[in-house]
Design a protein around this ligand. Structure first.
Ligand code: PMT
Length: 463
């Protein structure tokens, strides 16, 4: 059987914890398995253990300082190691390092490499149990998990301080098992030998090379007047996670981006820069329809994760709609829109009292159904069409109805938007996948990145 470790570059970051000495065993065992190992150490780690030991075991220079003699003349070592890594293991990870990683700080070789790498990141924390259970540390861990980091431990037990509690560094075997699992999953995803693929991959290891993928992400805004709109809570996380995964697999990706959370958008664009996705920003459902119908049928895959408004105001007021008191006239200045007459009205009431504003809504086109119909009419299996369904109860039967109503769908991913940690805005999602042949597959709660990976695996099965 193929040795999954052979020749793989495993970068090990050691940080300031009494458990730093246990990293010696980890490095030794990685080398024994056939991996190429490079060690990075923080200044605090050096207080516990000498880099000389690790240099001898790893048979390579240890990076201790971004400007140290080992890196002089090769100032991008940490960048290079991050890019080439097949896995990045932070063991032991101190509370300080977890905090830095969760907040994007980069002032030492370990935290800097974390930001550079796109390899799986495995973190084995070790610290005092009060530190570990502190809400600030727990929030940092939750954030890193949501970004796809894999945590091993810590374990409950006797700590260096003599106290008992959670915070003990995991056994070497357990960390090795997590790294091995991450390498295998990475290899499977990439459909070839694992190396260090940033978002965008390389043609040699990119199973989606040459394939065109369109993803809709975010919400739509249906304007009522120059300052008001009907919108929804979509952050864009789910759709952009799918787009990032398609880029990672080497696809040529177009993102039709509705309204999204700015930080989410920045993170996506920063990670995807090298792969240059086409990003078309839209606001209204009708704009999204136009973009999707312009190029949808040319795609190999279309994933519609956007939350599209089902209705829009019948008319648009070119002036801000004013508060109205009875007896003072409507004052709404309603004009434009669909040309179907005024959609806003003032609903009677007592003189001198604030009146109710009635906004008439008209249905928006169903973009997914429109594209699906065009696909069926053309009689081609392409594009593979994936819809999402936001449900708030009776998930399976409602999603089934949607699958039946929308022609040409290959997969429907339904999420219960009322379930905590699922649906709008969260970093995680609990989805149920529905297949046209009637199969229904509930997936456990996982990060949106993981949902995207599993979904792309299902799509890849259909190529
Ligand atoms: O962006 P996040 O904060 O990460 O949140 C993710 C999400 C909850 C938005 C996402 O997981 C999700 O469920 N997206 C679909 C939301 C939605 O509009 O669901 P729906 O059941 O109303 O629509 C079903 C499908 O038809 C969707 O693929 C939708 O894009 C599409 N649709 C809907 C209405 C419409 N007028 N045109 C459409 O194409």
């Amino acid at each position: 059987m193929l040795n999954i470790w052979e020749g793989k570059l495993i970068v090990v970051g050691i940080t300031g914890s009494i458990a730093a000495y246990k990293a010696v065993d980890l490095v030794r065992r990685l080398v024994e398995r056939g991996a190429r190992v490079r060690v990075l150490m923080t200044a605090a780690a050096e207080r516990f253990i000498s880099p000389v030991t690790l240099r001898e075991l790893s048979r390579a220079p240890v990076v201790t300082d971004l400007f140290a003699p080992e890196t002089a003349g090769d100032v991008i070592t940490h960048v290079q190691l991050g890019l080439e890594a097949a896995a990045f293991v932070v063991a032991p990870a101190s509370a300080d390092m977890i905090g830095k990683m969760a907040n994007g700080l980069a002032d030492d070789p370990v935290s800097t490499t974390y930001l550079v790498t796109r390899a799986p990141v495995i973190i084995a924390p070790a610290m005092n149990s009060n530190m570990y259970t502190h809400p600030a540390v727990q929030a940092n861990i939750a954030r890193l998990r949501s970004l796809g980091c894999i945590f091993v431990g810590p374990e409950e037990g006797r700590l260096a301080s003599g106290h008992r509690g959670p915070g003990r560094f995991s056994e070497t075997e357990k960390i090795l098992a997590a790294v091995e699992q991450a390498l295998r999953e990475r290899e499977e995803r990439r459909g070839g030998p694992a190396g260090g693929a940033p978002v965008g991959g390389t043609a040699a290891v990119a199973p989606w090379a040459g394939r065109k993928v369109l993803v809709t992400a975010g919400g739509t805004r249906e304007p009522l007047d120059p300052v008001r709109f009907i919108g929804n809570r979509s952050s864009g996380k789910m759709g952009l996670a799918v787009a990032a995964e398609a880029l990672r697999r080497g696809a040529q990706v177009t993102v039709v981006m509705g309204t999204v959370d700015e930080a989410v958008k920045e993170r996506f664009l920063a990670a995807a820069r090298a792969a240059s996705p086409a990003v078309v920003e839209v606001e209204r459902a009708q704009e999204m329809l136009r973009v999707v119908m312009d190029s949808g049928l040319d795609q190999d895959v279309v994933v519609m994760a956007a939350a599209v408004a089902d209705f829009r105001p019948k008319t648009y007021s070119v002036e801000k709609i004013k508060r109205v008191r009875s007896g003072s006239g409507t004052g709404g200045g309603v004009s434009g829109g669909d040309g179907a007459g005024s959609g806003h009205g003032v609903d009677g009431g007592d003189p001198g009292r604030q009146e109710t504003l009635v906004v008439e809504l008209v249905p928006n086109p169903d973009i997914l159904a429109t594209l699906g119909r065009a696909k069926v009419e053309r009689g081609m299996p392409k594009p593979i069409l994936v819809g999402f369904a936001a449900e708030s109860g009776d998930l399976v039967s409602r999603a089934r109805e949607k699958l039946a109503r929308k022609p040409g769908l290959d997969l429907l991913v339904a999420n219960d938007v009322r379930q905590p940690g699922s649906g709008f805005g969260s970093d995680t999602n609990a989805v149920t996948v529905l297949y046209p042949d009637g199969r229904v597959e509930p997936w456990p709660l996982m990060t949106k990145d993981e949902v995207a990976r599993k979904l792309c695996d299902l799509i890849q099965d259909r190529f």
